[in-house]
Each structure stands twice: as C-alpha cells, then as structure tokens.
Write a protein that binds this ligand. Structure first.
Ligand code: SAH
Length: 354
C-alpha cells in the first residue's frame, strides 16, 4: 500500500477530507507517514533544524531552562521534557551544558513526547546514558514541575484552512479529481470560533486554525501554572497568522503540497497568539514573542561562538557561519520566534520579557 492509494481509498469511502486529516496521514500515518518511516534531518535529508546546525542552540536553551529552575528555587524533582525531539540532538546539548549547573541534571527526569517509532530509535542512540522515557502525548507527562522545550514541533501539527465568504467560511478540503488528489471547498457556513477574524480579513482570504494546539498547551501550561517550570517554544510563524502557510519541503526544495504525500515534510506557520491565549486560559504567564536571533544574542551566543571558534582551528569559519545562520535576519534570526511560558508571579525565562 502507498499513502497515495490509502488517501484515495479514504476519500472514496468518507468523501473529501480536511487539510488537517490530510496532514495527519501524510506526517503520522503509523506505517506510511513521513515521520513514521524516516529520519528526515540533515544535509542528506529534507531539511535542517536549529539544533542540527550547531550545538550552541541546545547549550543556550539548556542553560536558560536551568536558570529558570534556579530562579524558581531548585525543585528537587522535575520533568525535563521535549516535544517532538527529532534526532535527540537538542536534548543532548541541553543536558551537556546544564550539567554545569549543580543539582540540575540529578533533579531532571527526561521525558520525550514522540510518536514516530523510527525517530524514537534514533533518540535512544543519541541520548544513551541519560535514561530518557518516551510518551505519545503531552497528557502523559508526569505531574511534576515541568521544564519543556519544543523546536519545530507545533509547525507539524495538522491545521484546518478556511476561506472567507461574506461573513461565513468555506473549509478547504482534499478530494479526488479524475483519480488524483485535488483541493476543493466546502459549502459556506457560519463559524462562531472565527468571529474575531472577521475584523482582520476580507472575502477570499484564508485563515488557519490548529485544533491540536489547545490540548497540548492545556497539559503543559496547566502543569507549569500549578507546579512550576517553564516552556520555551521555538518555531516559524507570527503572533497571528493570515493566509495559506501550508508548505511541503523535500530534499531542501519546496514542492507542491499534494505531490508525493508522505514523502515530503508538511508544515504550517505557528499562530503564536493562539498558543499564548491557550496558555493564559490555563493560568500561565507568557512572554513577548521574541525573534530567535534576539533571544540567542541576549543569552550570549556571540561569546560562545568566539570561544568555540578559538578552539576550532580550521573549523572556525563553520562556527561563524552557524552563528550567522541561527541569528541573522536574512536567515533564521527573525523568521523563527520563541515564546516562553512560566508561572504567574515568577520571573520570565532568561532572554525573554514578560
Ligand atoms: N525538534 C526537532 C525535530 C523537529 S521535526 C529538531 O529541532 O530537530 C518534528 C518532530 O515532532 C519529529 O520528531 C516528529 O516525529 C515529532 N512529531 C510530529 N507530530 C507529533 C505529534 N503529534 N506528537 C508527537 N510528536 C510529533
């Protein structure tokens, strides 16, 4: 069975499916999905993420969470979690740097939220010796103070797309035309949950919602508000998203979203306003949305890059290039943002403003 055929059979049986159903099958179908079947990262893969560009990303992130742990009184037992850990590189670099903070790594129980069996195997190798545990979803995280990181996790969660009519909305759906996948629109209906988007959209414009965000944020924000902790959420996107941001990447190139289902990475911009509002609704404070480059510079990436470069001999240029790639506005520095979550009444995580 190929994913193409599975999708065609599903659409024949159920009728047109939402973009969210399409994305979920493409990325996470248990046997045919993109993440279920491969390790897509790196120069030989389809895309490169910040922790795979340089160890500096994980080191500074780990130290920021360890500082938040110090600021909140050094709880003896905490969960150090990652949502969607990919190859495990970010957690490995975080733990190496944070082990310099006395008591932190002893207090930390590492829990990885990952659904892909293929990537769990890769993570087991990367994190050998650190005794990580795996869970399928955020709801299964332990009830302890929670220090959690997510990089390019929320952009992989399935979105629904709606095109504005007059005051109603037509949902974009995936269907079959002459046996091939194609996009269509449902009939126009009123959508009370999109009333606030009637203020900033015109007829014909597209808005996206990500139904999976609420349940994930509820789990992490609820724990942080009740027991302490902090979240650092990195992704590309903006405070409020507008327009069709769904994209497919294969072999470092953009490809049409409906071509090669299950063989390209599908992502959508993260609507950070929706994340922050969900967190606020569960009693958590949230920081200003901050460009990744600004955050890393505030934490001292220039200093770290210089010290790594001075020890790197003829590899010094590579470190300068990685520093630029992570922080420069023409590269990942402004496209990627970071949002922090923390308990009300505590200070914001380092590098971020309340
Ligand atoms: N954070 C990593 C990988 C980002 S790719 C890095 O920066 O390199 C997205 C990751 O999220 C993958 O590990 C993928 O398997 C995982 N993932 C995607 N959807 C998920 C879901 N619904 N639940 C748990 N993990 C998911």
């Amino acid at each position: 069975m190929t994913l193409d055929r599975h999708l065609a059979a599903r659409i024949r049986a159920e009728g047109p499916i939402s973009v969210a159903d399409y994305m979920a099958d493409c990325l996470m179908h248990p046997t045919l999905g993109y993440y279920s079947t491969r390790d897509p990262f790196g120069a030989d893969g389809d895309f490169v993420t910040a922790p795979e560009i340089s160890q500096m990303f994980g080191e500074l992130t780990g130290l920021a969470l360890a500082q938040a742990w110090l600021d909140q009184g050094c709880a003896k037992r905490i969960t150090l979690a990652e949502l969607g850990p990919g190859r495990g590189t970010l957690m490995r670099d975080m733990m190496r740097a944070a082990s310099r903070v006395p008591g932190f790594t002893d207090a930390a129980r590492i829990v990885l939220v990952e659904t892909s069996p293929t990537l769990r195997k890769v993570q087991r190798g990367t994190l050998a010796g650190l005794n990580p545990e795996w869970v399928d979803q955020a709801a299964a995280l332990p009830d302890d103070p929670l220090f959690v990181v997510a990089n390019e996790f929320f952009d992989a969660l399935p979105i629904r797309q709606f095109e504005r009519g007059g005051t109603g909305w037509r949902e974009r759906r995936i269907t079959l035309t002459d046996g091939r996948l194609s996009a269509g629109l449902s009939a126009e209906t009123a959508m009370p949950s999109l009333t606030h988007r009637l203020e900033d959209t015109e007829s014909g414009q597209i808005v996206e919602i990500c139904p999976a965000v609420g349940p994930v944020i509820q789990e992490i924000a609820g724990r942080i508000a009740a027991q302490g902790g902090a979240a650092l959420i990195f992704d590309y996107g903006d405070w409020r998203s507008l327009g069709d941001t769904l994209q497919a990447v294969r072999g470092h190139e953009f490809v049409p979203v409906l071509d090669h289902p299950g063989q390209s990475d599908l992502t959508a911009h993260v609507d950070f306003e929706a994340l922050a509002m969900a967190a606020g609704g569960h009693g958590c404070a949230y920081t200003h949305l901050t460009p990744q480059g600004v955050f890393l510079e505030r934490l001292g990436i220039t200093h770290r890059a210089r010290s790594l470069a001075s020890a790197a001999g003829d590899k010094a240029d590579e470190i300068a290039a990685a520093h630029r790639r992570l922080t420069h506005p023409d590269e990942m520095g402004t496209l990627f943002k970071v949002l922090g979550l923390y308990p009300k009444g505590e200070s914001a995580p380092p590098g971020l403003e309340p």
